[in-house]
Design a protein around this ligand. Structure first.
Ligand code: NAD
Length: 442
């Protein structure tokens, strides 16, 4: 079977590589020539555990190809996935220009029956627009070729994307024809042999499922951050409250960790887009509006703690920052809380010296020399006024605190992910701040 994936980013590259891993002939397309040249030269443009080896192996087996030509990718292709970005527009809605542009190109160059699957996260009502764009292009060249559209939203998590794709919790597919269903069943069979369910539904429900899933997860995070802030005020310990509620199977222990707010390429934009969709239908999604508001506030919590600790004056202070990416195991900096913290700290007159195991090049690309980049975690805090923990990479979880004390000018730690133990920090002689625990009372 031959398929094509258009858009070779986090989702497209992982999707294409994993399909090729099970023996499918895959061509990945992108308009970014440098990205395609790099991939053809064995350079992987993103950091994703396990991906490099799999790309190399499947390129060597000649079943994973990279090109800038959609025309070439369409040769003998049975199924084409659209996996381009859908960034937020000014009003919060998903910008569909890249998706529609791909649909037009498909209409321009397709030769035989084709199943066109949207994997990008797109709002309700996108499938008819994709269909219309293809039909217009077919009509413009006087061609009559049958095709189907389908929606197959992606649920992979950056940092564990390969594993998630190979062993999905579920695969959601929205479609409208038996032919499309048979093709999708064939394509996903290798991933469902272990009993992972494929849930077939109508296209509108599939499109909405993706937004509902991300919004539910963002809601859990914001809820817990709100509770954490209340814990501090009333003198409760959020870690205890989290364990207390998480052991209820109806609630579950995942996604209820307080922190510096959610970021990344998906939650912020998908929450915004769903609020916008609902508004377009004159239905205000009140819960999600609050989720967003709490998250904006949460990104500032650590900044306010730092400012307060240093007597509301950060001029001339150096902040040693651990972690930049929006979560561990990725170099993705989109909407990373670290960027908000850096912006506020620098605006307040502080200097930031940061270390991240993989996200430094990407941060440099975005903010250049606004901050100093450290060569390792200890270099970041050498001579700093405090340590600010932003992303809980495994290597930050068990540092040598004697060394930390030796390097820091003041023995102060701001832990934005609650990874250290309050009592241990006190015993070690640190002034320790975290989220959801009033550490001055302990
Ligand atoms: P990305 O920005 O990493 O990649 C998008 C790629 O599409 C880029 O390489 C870009 O050059 C390419 N592109 C743009 N227009 C093109 C065109 N006309 N033809 C060919 N290529 C084109 O984006 P991503 O993170 O992979 O996200 C893609 C979609 O998947 C988005 O809708 C996103 O919301 C969704 N999604 C992302 C994740 C994630 O964790 N990143 C998870 C699930 C769903």
């Amino acid at each position: 079977m031959k398929i094509a994936i258009v858009g070779t980013g986090y989702v497209g590259l992982v999707t294409g590589t994993c399909f090729s891993e099970v023996g499918i002939d895959v061509t990945c397309v992108d308009i970014d020539k440098k990205k395609i040249d790099d991939l053809n030269n064995g350079i992987i443009p993103i950091y994703e555990p396990g991906l490099d080896d799999m790309v190399t192996r499947n390129m060597e087996k000649e079943r994973l190809h990279f090109t800038t030509s959609i025309q070439k990718a369409l040769e003998e292709c049975e199924v084409i996935f659209i996996a381009v970005g859908t960034p937020p527009d000014e009003d919060g809605s998903a910008d569909l220009q890249y998706v529609i542009s791909v649909a037009r190109n498909i209409g321009k160059y397709m030769k035989d029956y084709l199943l066109v699957v949207t994997k990008s996260t797109v709002p309700v009502g996108t499938a008819p627009k994709v269909r219309a764009a293809i039909e217009e292009e077919l009509a413009a060249r006087g061609a009559k070729i049958e095709f189907d559209v389908a929606s197959n939203p992606e649920f992979l998590k950056e940092g564990a994307a390969v594993d998630d794709f190979l062993k999905p919790d579920r695969i959601v597919i929205g479609l409208e024809s038996k032919r499309a269903e048979e093709l999708m069943q064939r394509l996903y069979k290798p991933f469902t042999l272990n009993g992972h369910p494929v849930i077939f539904m109508d296209i509108t429900s599939a499109e909405l499922t993706k937004y509902a899933a991300n919004s539910m997860l963002a809601t859990k995070i914001s809820f817990m951050n709100d509770i954490a802030n209340l814990c501090e005020i009333v003198g409760a310990n959020v870690n205890m409250v989290r364990k207390g509620i998480g052991s209820d199977t109806r609630i579950g222990s995942k996604f209820i960790y307080p922190g510096v707010g959610y970021g990344g390429s998906c939650f912020p934009k998908d929450v915004k887009a769903l609020i916008k969709t609902a508004r377009d239908y004159e239905y205000p999604l009140r819960v999600l509006q609050a989720v967003e508001e709490v998250n904006d506030h949460q990104k500032m919590v650590m900044f306010h703690k730092i400012k307060k600790h240093f007597g509301n004056d950060l001029k001339g202070r150096t902040i040693g920052m651990w972690g930049l990416s929006f979560k561990p195991n990725t170099d993705d900096m989109r909407e990373a809380p670290a960027l908000v913290l850096i912006h506020e700290l620098v605006a307040a007159g502080a200097t930031v010296k940061a270390y991240d195991p993989v996200a430094i090049p990407e941060t440099q690309r975005i903010i250049g020399d606004k901050i100093t980049y450290a060569k390792d975690m200890y270099d970041a805090i050498d001579g700093a006024d405090c340590l600010l923990m932003v992303t809980e990479w495994p290597e930050f979880r068990f540092p040598d605190f004697t060394e930390v004390k030796k390097l820091l000018k003041n023995h102060v730690i701001f832990d934005g992910r609650n990874i250290y133990d309050v009592k241990e920090m006190k015993e070690q002689g640190f002034t320790y701040y975290c989220i959801g625990i009033n550490t001055s009372r302990i």
